[in-house]
Design a protein around this ligand. Structure first.
Ligand code: PMP
Length: 426
C-alpha cells in the first residue's frame, strides 16, 4: 500500500467507503473493549496470590525492628528497606518505606514542599510562581498532582534517550521558580524510553537556580522488562548526583504496584540522608507507621531482588505476547501508509502512538463509538492539551489476547478513517 498522502482524492474516497463498511460491521457487534489504563491482567494478578499465604495466624511476626503487628518503626522495617533498596538501586539506609501506592508518596512530597518548604526553604505556597518541567508525552497522574497545587507546567520534549537536556539545563539553571521535573527514566510512561547514561549524568550535573529544586525520579518500571534476558539499564541517579556534588537533588520513587497488587503493594522513596531527615519531620506528624504486615508479606514472598526478578519474568511471559500482538497488527495495517508512528517498548506498560497532527481526539472518539475505550487524547500532556493533537497512549496489558487483537484492529481502522478525512480536508 502506498502512503495515503500520495493517493488521489478519488482513491482516498473509495478507500473510505470500504473502511466505513468494515467499521460499521465492528460497530454492529456491540463490543466493550478497553485499552485505556495500564492495569495488570487477571492472569498477572494470579501470579502474586501465593503471597497471601506467606503470612497467617501461625506466622512469626518478629523482624529486626520488632513485632510488625504493632505501632512503630515510622520509616519501615529494615528487611523491606533492603528489598526495595535492591529494586531501586539504593542502600537501605537511604530508603523510607511508604504506603500502598507511590502516587501518595509523590503527592505528599509535593504537598510538603508546598506547605512547609524543602529543607528550610520558603514554602512554595508563599511564592508568586512555582514551575515544574514535564517531559512529554508523560504520565497524566504526575501532571494531575502538580496541576492540583497550581504549579505551572512546562512541556519538555522527550527524545529517544530522554528529555531534551539543553532545554532542561536552560530552565533549571536559570529560573529560580523551577522547583522540579517529573521523570520516568526506565520504560517511560507512555513511550517506553530509557534515559541514556549521558542524560543521567547531565541531570546529576545540573546547577539549579533554586536551592530547593528536586528531580522527581519515578522508577515505576524499574524491574518491568519485557525481555528480561536483555533488560534496559539506567544509571543510578542517586550516586551520580552525589559524585557531582548534588547529593540532595533527587527523590527516587518506586513501588510494587505492578509487581504484586496495584493499590495493595508497598512503596518507597530513596534519597539522601539529609532529605530523609527532612521528610521524617513531616511523617512524624502524619502517622505512627505504615502497614508493616504488608511490608513483611512482600519480604517473605520475594526474599530479595532475585526473587523479584524471577517473579517479573513471569509477568513478562504474559505481557510480551500482548505487546507483540499490538506491534504486529499496527505493522500489518499501518506500515508504509505514513499516517502514524508508534513505539516498540522493551518494558513498561504502554505503547505510544503518534497520529497525523489534529487526528488523536477524533481517533479516540471513533474508537469509543465502536466500543473500544482508549486513554483520552491529550492525557499524556499537562493540562490535557496535546499541542499537536496527535499522541495516543495504548495500554495492552489488561484485555485478553483475543480482545486485544480485536481492539488493535478496530483502532487501526479508526486511524485510517480519521486520517483519510484529514487528508481529504486539506
Ligand atoms: N508512576 C508511573 C509512571 C505509573 O505509570 C504508575 C502506574 N500507572 C504509577 C506511578 C502508580 O504507582 P502506584 O500504584 O505505586 O501509585
Amino acid at each position: 500500500m502506498k502512503p495515503y498522502r500520495e493517493m488521489s482524492k478519488e482513491e482516498l474516497a473509495s478507500l473510505k467507503e470500504q473502511l466505513t463498511a468494515v467499521y460499521k460491521e465492528y460497530q454492529g457487534k456491540n463490543l466493550s473493549l478497553n485499552m485505556a489504563r495500564g492495569k495488570p491482567s487477571p492472569d498477572q494478578l494470579d501470579l502474586s496470590l501465593p503471597m497471601l499465604d506467606v503470612l497467617n495466624s501461625k506466622s512469626d511476626f518478629m523482624t529486626a525492628d520488632g513485632d510488625v503487628r504493632n505501632y512503630g518503626v515510622l520509616t519501615g522495617i529494615q528487611e523491606a528497606k533492603e528489598l526495595m533498596g535492591g529494586m531501586m538501586d539504593a542502600p537501605a539506609e537511604n530508603v523510607i518505606m511508604y504506603g500502598s501506592a507511590s502516587l501518595t508518596l509523590m503527592y505528599d512530597t509535593v504537598s510538603r514542599s508546598y506547605t512547609h518548604g524543602v529543607m528550610g526553604n520558603t514554602p512554595w505556597c508563599r511564592l508568586d510562581k512555582v514551575k515544574f518541567l514535564c517531559p512529554v508525552p508523560g504520565y497524566d497522574r504526575h501532571f494531575a498532582i502538580t496541576q492540583f497545587f497550581g504549579i505551572e507546567m512546562i512541556n519538555i520534549p522527550l527524545h529517544e534517550d530522554g528529555p531534551d537536556m539543553d532545554l532542561v539545563e536552560q530552565y533549571v539553571n536559570n529560573d529560580e521558580a523551577v522547583k522540579g521535573i517529573w521523570c520516568v527514566p526506565l520504560y517511560s510512561n507512555p513511550s517506553g524510553q530509557c534515559y541514556s547514561d549521558e542524560v543521567v549524568k547531565r541531570f546529576a550535573n545540573l546547577k539549579p537556580a533554586a536551592k530547593d529544586f528536586r528531580i522527581y525520579w519515578d522508577n515505576a518500571y524499574c524491574v518491568h522488562h519485557l525481555y528480561p534476558d536483555h533488560p534496559c539499564h539506567v544509571l543510578d541517579i542517586l550516586s551520580e548526583c552525589e559524585k557531582a556534588g548534588n547529593p540532595d537533588m533527587v527523590y527516587k520513587f518506586g513501588s510494587t504496584a505492578k509487581v504484586t497488587f496495584p493499590g495493595a503493594g508497598i512503596s518507597a522513596i530513596a534519597t539522601s540522608k539529609a532529605n530523609i531527615e527532612d521528610i521524617k519531620k513531616q511523617m512524624n506528624n502524619q502517622l505512627i507507621s505504615h502497614d508493616k504486615i504488608n511490608q513483611l508479606r512482600h519480604v517473605r514472598f520475594f526474599k530479595n531482588l532475585d526473587g523479584i526478578k524471577a517473579h517479573m519474568a513471569k509477568h513478562a511471559e504474559l505481557l510480551r505476547p500482548r505487546f507483540e500482538a499490538v506491534d504486529e497488527i499496527l505493522n500489518r495495517e499501518l506500515a508504509g501508509l505514513e499516517i502514524g508512528q508508534w513505539t516498540k517498548p522493551q518494558g513498561g506498560y504502554f505503547v505510544s502512538f503518534d497520529a497525523l497532527d489534529g487526528c488523536a481526539k477524533a481517533i479516540v472518539a471513533k474508537c469509543k463509538e465502536a466500543g473500544v475505550v482508549m486513554t483520552g487524547a491529550g492525557a499524556t500532556f499537562p493540562y490535557g492539551k496535546d499541542p499537536h493533537d496527535s499522541n495516543i497512549r495504548i495500554a495492552p496489558s489488561f484485555p485478553s489476547l483475543e480482545d486485544l487483537k480485536l481492539a488493535a484492529e478496530i483502532f487501526c481502522v479508526c486511524v485510517k478513517l480519521v486520517s483519510i478525512d484529514k487528508l481529504l480536508e486539506a
